[in-house]
Design a binder for this molecule. Structure first.
Ligand code: URA
Length: 442
């Protein structure tokens, strides 16, 4: 087999065989095939696309390029949740504890953030002492004992994806549905869960900006998951404005803890309840989504979700006094108040711009070696649909450096659109994709 023939075949819009896909994935991972040839192949895939069958082969090949985590020693049905990435997306932090409190094992391998979206690990590390450096044995023991553990993704999990993703990032080949679906699913499948819930974000701050391609991505991933014998559901949810109010590591932990106390922002609470209900359904703990939602709500009302969260934090070295009093979490030195320059309705808060603003402040990574400032970020005081009088607060900018603050202010001003007419607000949940098809919300 020859890589030039494979490139030509794809360039000429022919489907690649399983053997050809394995050949280029293995050859590239082992460093035998150079970047320039794989770049060319990726661009051919980008334009000619892949069939569903080719996408499944690519997923399997990347999944098999490294370690396959064996979670069979964990009792019960393990359900993994994955978000395609968003601004202010602290869902795993609150949702993990809610679902664990309902008796479903949560064995979560997470990554760090890059670009305008933050990573769960960075957020959790704003709790002093907390560490994700667990061995697989400790990880399994913790999930069995307290129903939840979070560990950093090992370097050996789908290493082919790691290499290919870095190359896609610099060759203009990220936003192709087959490449995104296979990238995400190869890691989810290698991480060993029995069932997978995918939160596919849609809108300005998401990979997929429009609804049709978001449902298409959901369909592709559900098809891969089910083909690999994992019950898989995708929920398409809004990421046009940031999720909740807080964006930035310790600020998001604070909001997640407030949500576990029952005092979270309405959209974030609603998202946790919906995703939680589907996780309980996938784990066969409930028979209906409504029953699942009630159980999740009860886990918060009874205080059990917060109790489980504290045990989880302390089992991984975190100091629970920062959860009991979240005002002790890392705090920026200064806060700048952004006010409305005119009276009107907030008709847009572009998630991408807010994410970039938080990243300018130091909350995110511009390169993979950047050091994250855990204390900085943005806290919104308005959401889309709210009325703002001239001079009213739109957002608080938590910062440590004036130059960075100025960059963030510029981005945030551009993020807000104020109009005289009340806007039609977008729904939070657009619909569900499962093995029987797509159910779009009315
Ligand atoms: N997240 C991934 O892991 N891979 C992609 O290709 C896009 C988002």
């Amino acid at each position: 087999m020859n890589i030039v023939d494979i490139i030509l075949k794809k360039r000429n819009d022919e489907a690649l065989s399983k053997e050809e896909i394995d050949f280029f994935v293995q050859g590239y991972t082992e460093g035998i095939i150079p970047d320039y040839q794989i770049s060319s192949l990726l661009m051919a895939i980008y334009f000619q696309k892949m069939t569903r069958e080719e996408t499944a082969y690519l997923t399997e090949s990347m999944m098999n390029s490294g370690q396959l985590v064996n979670l069979t020693k964990i009792d019960g049905i393990k359900v993994d949740k994955h978000s395609t990435g968003g601004v202010g997306d602290k869902t795993t932090i609150a949702l993990g504890a809610m679902v664990a409190a309902c008796g479903v094992p949560v064995a979560k391998m997470s990554g760090r953030g890059l670009g305008h979206t933050g990573g769960t690990i960075d957020k959790l590390e704003s709790i002093p002492g907390f560490s994700v450096e667990l061995s697989i044995d400790e990880f399994i023991k913790n999930v069995n004992n307290i129903k939840i553990a979070v560990m950093g993704q090992t370097n050996d999990l789908a290493p082919a994806d790691k290499k290919l993703y870095s190359l896609r990032d610099v060759t203009g080949t990220v936003d192709n549905i087959s490449l995104i679906a296979s990238s995400i699913m190869s890691k989810k499948l290698a991480a060993g869960a029995d069932a997978i819930l995918l939160d596919v974000k849609t809108g300005n701050g998401a990979f997929m900006k429009d609804l049709d391609s978001s449902f298409e991505l959901g369909k592709e991933m559900v098809s891969i998951g089910n083909k690999m014998n994992r019950d898989t559901i995708a929920i398409v949810t809004d990421m046009d404005q940031p999720l909740g109010l807080a964006i930035g590591n310790s600020l998001e932990v604070k909001e997640a803890v407030e949500t576990l106390r029952g005092n979270g922002p309405q959209d974030f609470t609603e998202l946790c309840e919906t995703l939680g209900a589907y996780m309980l359904l996938l784990a066969q703990k409930v028979l209906t989504v409504e029953e699942g939602r009630e159980k999740i709500q009860e886990s918060v009302k009874s205080g059990e979700a917060l109790r489980v969260f504290k045990v989880f934090i302390s089992s991984q070295g975190g100091d629970v006094k920062y959860i009991n009093n979240t005002d002790l979490l890392p705090k920026s030195n200064y806060v700048y108040v952004l006010r409305a320059s005119e009276t009107g309705f907030i008709s847009q808060i572009k998630a991408m711009d807010v994410g970039v603003a938080a990243s300018h402040l130091g909350a995110g990574r511009e390169t993979k070696d950047s050091i994250v400032d855990l204390s900085v970020g943005v806290v919104l005081d308005k959401k889309v649909g709210d009325l703002a009088e001239k001079g009213e607060v739109l957002a608080y900018i938590h910062y440590n450096d004036e130059i960075k603050r100025d960059l963030a202010v510029e981005k945030l001003v551009a993020a807000f659109k104020i109009t005289k007419e009340k806007p039609i607000t977008r729904p939070l949940i657009y619909g569900i994709v499962h093995d029987k098809g797509i159910e779009k919300n009315k």
